[in-house]
Every structure is written in structure tokens, then in C-alpha cells.
Design a protein around this ligand. Structure first.
Ligand code: NAD
Ligand code: TYD
Length: 345
């Protein structure tokens, strides 16, 4: 079985690549990743020379670059992780999000259809549903009310994927997951930013009043859910994935402070993110009822293990934060365009 994973040099995609190669026999992986600022070959270093793994440096928005890979290789499934993924960056500049997240998804879908790929799994997010008040949860049937440019681009991609199912009966499935945490997460996101800043003696910028709530899930539980949906999910369906772990950003900071033994003064209240969604919470009953999936890693264990991972992997995150790793890979593989997700040629 040959699986095309896109965005497999990023945080969740690389976890998926490692998980599949560890868990699934008789599989090989074609990892299509443009190597933007968020992609890092070190995330799958242990498989770099494995015959079952191959990385292709290409943008999912570039049909000409991608088509030979569909034409030459019999691809049995596509798992589309590739995306511009950071809300704050989308507030600065939304166009790259539309290029990769919307156009890229459309291009991939068309190629998958043209080359008769039996299944296309699109990795989406809870952010497409917008923001909740103090109560309630998102269901798969909740309306899409995205607020940030990132969330809007992900919602548009979901529409494009569903349109392919309805128009052409293309076999697609969509997963919408809550916030992930774990090893190899790029240190622009809340948890790795705070942990690594803490280890560097730098402050923790907490946006607004710090009371925004997210539902956290360990990344290994997420990729297991994706595998369950890929292999057993019903065509044309959407599956919510959540961790039953709602926490305010303030609570996250408290938990991290306790683990790292840092004083309250490490937290610095800063001005709020524009249009900051107040609360996300997932109703993930459907995937549990239909596929038997449930989260396995409790927050207290997952967050301790995650902090320990960053403590033990300074060799991974220090070059990422300093930009040294980008310089190294730029020399190895050529200039990537950090803003468009598309490699300059
Ligand atoms: P990430 O930013 O860590 O990684 C994205 C990867 O995609 C990088 O390796 C990057 O090089 C690659 N990429 C970007 N543009 C590309 C392009 N045009 N062509 C090919 N590759 C490209 O992201 P992540 O946190 O691992 O998220 C992966 C997916 O999961 C995204 O689709 C995101 O929307 C979704 N998601 C993330 C979370 C979360 O908490 N991180 C939660 C739910 C859903
Ligand atoms: P983030 O990790 O960017 O994920 P998302 O916006 O996709 O949920 O942010 C998680 C929460 O943490 C969100 O409410 C914004 C907040 N946050 C901060 O308070 N400070 C920070 O420096 C960052 C990056 C995020």
C-alpha cells in the first residue's frame, strides 16, 4: 500500500509518517512537503534512508510539480496535512493561506480523482466552526462560522472537498480536530513557545485576559484517529476529533509553570490577538460510536511527557528558534518561500 502524506515534515504530518512506518506493515510513504518555515526534515530523520519512505519537495498548489508523482506511483490514499497553520501569521498575511489551504487542496483533489486514488483524507480543524460561548460543543452538523483568515481558508477547503464528494462521488473523508500538543510542534504555537521560552529564561506572552479556552489532544491520539477514519470511515463523512480536555490559556500556563518550577512573573499579559476566538469544544461522539476511537493519553501525562521532550531535545528546537536549521536546509535543498508555501524555482 502506498500512501501520499502531504505536509509530512510538519508537526502532525511527521507524527503520522512515523506512526504509519512503525505500526503498519507493507506500506510505503510518499511525503509531499514544500519545506516552508514550518517543515523540518529532522522530524522524520530516523526514516530518511528507509526504503519505505520518500520525501518529494513540492507544493500541493503546483499541479505540474505534483502530477508526475501521481502518474508514476500507484497511490492508494492521500492524507492532506499540508497547510499554512498559524492563526497569527494569517492575521498578518492571508493570501498564502488561500494558496496552500484552498487552491492546494483543490489541485490535490483533482489529481487524486484523475489518477483514481481510492481514498482522500483531508485534515481539517475545529476552528472552521467559529467560536463558542461558555457552554455547548461543536458537532459535525454545526454551521461553519470561521473567524480568522486561517480558519476561513480551512473552511473553504472543507467545502471544496465535500463538493468533490457530491459532484463526482469522489471518495473523501474529513477530520476536524481540536488543538494538538506534543513533540516536534513548531515553537510559534502556545505550548512549545511557552515551554522553550521557559527553558531560555524568556517571558510567556499571554494574549488578552488569558481566559480563551481550547480543547487539547495529544498528537499521537490525533494520528490514530486519522488512521481509523482513513481505513474505516464512511465516504463523504466528517469526523470530529477532540480530547475532552478544555483548558483556558491561563490554566495551561499554570500547569506548565508547575512542571517547570517557574514563578508567576514569567507570565506577561500582552494585547489580544485580533478577532480572538473565545472557546472551542468538540463533541466527538460520532468517531467514538462509529469507529471506537477515544483519546488515550491523559492531559497530566501528555503535558509532562511533552515538556520532558523539549527539555531533552534542545538540539531540535534551538536551531528552529534561531533560524539556523532553515539556513542549513536552504543550502541543502534550495530556497523555499516562507510566505507562500511554494518553492521558488
Ligand atoms: P505545521 O505548520 O506544523 O506543518 C505544515 C507542513 O505543511 C509543513 O511541513 C510545511 O512545510 C508544509 N506545507 C506548507 N505549505 C505547503 C505546500 N504548499 N505544499 C506542501 N507542503 C506545504 O502544521 P500542523 O500543526 O502539523 O498541522 C497539520 C494540519 O493539521 C493542518 O492542515 C492544520 O490545519 C491541521 N490541524 C492542526 C491542528 C493543530 O493543533 N496544530 C489542529 C487541528 C488541525
Ligand atoms: P495557538 O497555539 O496559536 O493555537 P490556535 O490559535 O490555533 O488555537 O494558540 C492557542 C491559544 O493560545 C489561543 O487562544 C491563543 C493563545 N496564545 C497566547 O496567549 N500567547 C501566544 O503567544 C500564542 C502563540 C497563543
Amino acid at each position: 500500500m502506498r500512501i501520499m502524506v502531504t505536509g509530512g515534515l510538519g508537526f502532525i504530518g511527521s507524527q503520522m509518517v512515523r506512526w504509519i512506518l512503525e505500526q503498519v506493515p507493507d506500506v510505503d510513504i510518499l511525503n509531499v512537503d514544500a519545506l516552508t518555515y514550518a517543515g523540518n526534515p529532522a522530524n522524520v530523520e530516523e526514516y530518511a534512508h528507509d526504503a519505505r519512505y520518500r520525501w518529494v519537495q513540492a507544493s500541493i498548489a503546483d499541479r505540474a510539480q505534483l502530477e508526475p508523482w501521481f502518474a508514476d506511483q500507484a497511490v492508494d490514499a492521500v492524507i492532506n496535512f499540508a497547510a499554512e497553520s498559524h492563526v497569527d501569521r494569517s492575521i498578518q498575511s492571508g493570501a498564502p493561506f488561500v494558496v496552500t489551504n484552498v487552491l492546494g487542496t483543490q489541485v490535490l483533489l483533482e489529481l487524486a480523482r484523475q489518477y483514481h486514488v481510492p481514498r482522500f483524507l483531508h485534515v481539517s480543524t475545529d476552528e472552521v466552526y467559529g467560536s463558542l460561548g461558555p457552554t455547548g460543543q461543536f458537532r459535525e452538523t454545526s454551521p461553519l462560522e470561521p473567524n480568522s483568515p486561517y480558519a476561513a481558508s480551512k473552511a473553504a477547503a472543507d467545502m471544496v472537498v465535500l463538493a468533490a464528494s457530491r459532484t463526482y462521488q469522489q471518495d473523501v473523508v474529513i477530520t476536524r480536530c481540536s488543538n494538538n500538543y506534543g513533540p516536534y510542534q513548531f515553537p510559534e504555537k502556545l505550548i512549545p513557545l511557552f515551554v522553550t521560552n521557559g527553558l531560555e529564561g524568556r517571558p510567556w506572552p499571554l494574549y488578552g485576559d488569558g481566559r480563551n479556552v481550547r480543547d487539547w489532544l495529544h498528537v499521537s491520539d490525533h494520528v490514530r484517529a486519522i488512521w481509523d477514519v482513513l481505513t474505516r470511515g464512511k465516504s463523504g463523512q466528517i469526523y470530529n476529533i477532540g480530547g475532552h480536555t478544555e483548558k483556558s490559556n491561563w490554566e495551561i500556563a499554570e500547569d506548565l509553570r508547575a512542571i517547570l518550577g517557574l514563578p508567576a512573573s514569567v507570565v506577561t499579559m500582552v494585547s489580544d490577538r485580533l478577532g480572538h476566538d473565545r472557546r472551542y469544544a468538540m463533541d466527538a461522539q460520532k468517531i467514538t460510536k462509529e469507529l471506537g476511537w477515544e483519546p488515550r493519553i491523559p492531559w497530566q501525562q501528555g503535558i509532562r511527557d511533552t515538556v520532558a521532550w523539549y527539555q531533552n531535545h534542545e538540539d531540535w528546537w534551538r536551531p528552529v528558534k534561531s533560524g539556523a536549521y532553515r539556513e542549513y536546509y536552504r543550502q541543502q535543498y534550495g530556497e523555499g518561500n516562507p510566505d507562500s508555501g511554494v518553492r521558488n524555482s
